[in-house]
Design a protein around this ligand. Structure first.
Ligand SMILES: Cc1ncc(COP(=O)(O)O)c(C=O)c1O
Length: 414
């Protein structure tokens, strides 16, 4: 009889085999080049349409130099949590710059955007609060809502009238509180608050939340609005501050979350909002308190990237015009590109197998586009996810469109 460890490994193998058979197995590939418009992957060079490095800043010489200089001066790591000895001058400079950029009172930097999302909901929502989320919100926001212990309901994508119905029917649950009425883990008192939580730019669909509609629903139900601008930051809005800026609702969003890891080309997450909220995160957010601070090189890279975003609007104008071209030409070929209004263009194909075969077809023609499958997207909506970069040349984009035309012809002949 097999021992418990062998039984466990066997059961894992069976589960992985099942995923492989369903075209759902995820595998790591080795990238051997910088994150430019071309990538060398497993020894082959491809023109790539798969990163979130929308403005090309991860490989920008000014950003690299800032990172190199900060690493030389301050070291590779920050040594401790922010509250111990890791709160370096660069973090404070970055927070001042982010608050200014987002027109907010204050900002707080985290080691990743995932941790920033986790911090916000687990700090501000508790057992007798209600969190209402767009069903297509990023996994980190959905997980954060779960971990918060709040009563969590999702509404269908961008259906704010349904969000309104959910906000009307708040249910109060029993609390895990001490004798002073405080939540035992966060040390904070829950107050029966309502939160409406949404991504601003949905990363697998490339479409945007209707933030004025979301804010109006929240306002009429006394709910606070939390927006994840991970993908909008740097790319959308007149100054690149994000979708809230684009749609003119910066002052109606209670808390905004962002990441330094996408258009800003570095690593790290951040939250902007009222000074008191930021101070409360410093005091109660477990994913801020119990982790080592962002390294100096990442902080300096993000600071340099922010300056470029503010100085060079042409970068975001170019990536948006490339995206518009790709969407128009792919729709003319008969592809379903959803409601994309950003540098991410989905090509919705349906079954996971079809999406994997399409990605392979493109790869054989020197184009790297990822197939996105459930559970990242809903069942039967597997897709290619094309993301554009400012630094793509017109001829690289033409190569993509030619390969997609060949794919359309191949599918029509089946
Ligand atoms: C919408 C959204 N929010 C949050 C995150 C997490 O950001 P980070 O990669 O900085 O952890 C991501 C990235 O994966 C994202 O797409």
């Amino acid at each position: 009889m097999a021992d418990i460890r062998s039984q466990w490994i066997q059961s894992l193998r069976a589960e992985l085999d099942e995923r492989r058979a369903g075209h759902l197995l995820r595998e790591l590939r080795q990238v051997e080049s910088p994150q430019g418009p071309t990538l060398v992957i497993d020894g082959h060079e491809y023109v790539q349409f798969c990163t979130n490095n929308y403005l090309g800043l991860a490989t920008d010489p000014e950003v690299i130099e800032a990172s190199r200089e900060a690493t030389g001066r301050f070291g590779a790591g920050s040594g401790a949590s922010r509250l111990v000895a890791g709160s370096m001058a660069l973090h404070h400079q970055l927070e001042t710059a982010l608050a200014h950029f987002k027109h907010a009172e204050a900002a707080l930097v985290f080691p990743t955007g995932f941790m920033a999302n986790l911090a916000v909901l687990t700090t501000f929502a508790g057992e007798d609060d209600l969190v209402v989320s767009d069903k297509l919100n990023h996994a980190s926001l959905l997980d954060a809502a779960k971990f918060s212990g709040a009563y969590h309901r999702t509404f269908p994508h961008r259906k704010y009238e349904r969000a309104a119905e959910l906000l009307e029917k708040q249910e109060v649950r029993s609390k895990k509180q001490d004798e002073k009425g405080k939540d035992q883990e966060s040390g904070r008192k829950s107050a029966g608050r309502r939160f409406l939580v949404t991504d601003s730019f949905f990363s697998m669909d490339g479409d945007l939340a209707d933030l004025p509609a979301a804010c109006a629903v929240a306002a009429s139900h006394d709910a606070l609005v939390i927006v994840d601008e991970a993908h909008g930051t740097g790319v959308l809005g007149p100054r690149g501050a994000g979708v809230a800026e684009l749609q003119g609702v910066e002052d109606r969003v209670t808390l905004s979350i962002g990441t330094l890891s996408k258009a800003l080309g570095s690593l790290g997450g951040f939250v902007t909002g009222p000074r008191e909220a930021i101070e409360m995160l410093v005091n109660a957010a477990r994913s801020f308190i119990y982790t080592t601070a962002l390294p100096p090189g990442c902080s300096a890279a993000a600071l340099a990237a922010l300056k470029i975003v503010e100085r060079e609007p042409a970068r975001r104008q170019r990536v948006m015009s490339l995206a518009q071209r790709v969407k128009t030409e792919l729709e003319a070929l008969g592809f379903d590109c959803g409601n994309s209004a950003s540098p991410v263009i989905p090509v919705i194909l349906g079954e996971a197998e079809t999406a994997v075969a399409a990605a392979m077809f493109l790869r054989q023609r020197g184009i790297y586009v990822p197939a996105i499958r459930p559970p990242t997207v809903p069942p039967k909506s597997a897709r290619l996810r094309i993301s554009l970069m400012t630094t793509h040349t017109d001829s690289q984009v033409s190569q993509l469109i030619d390969a997609m035309a060949a794919l359309a012809a191949d599918q029509a002949n089946r």
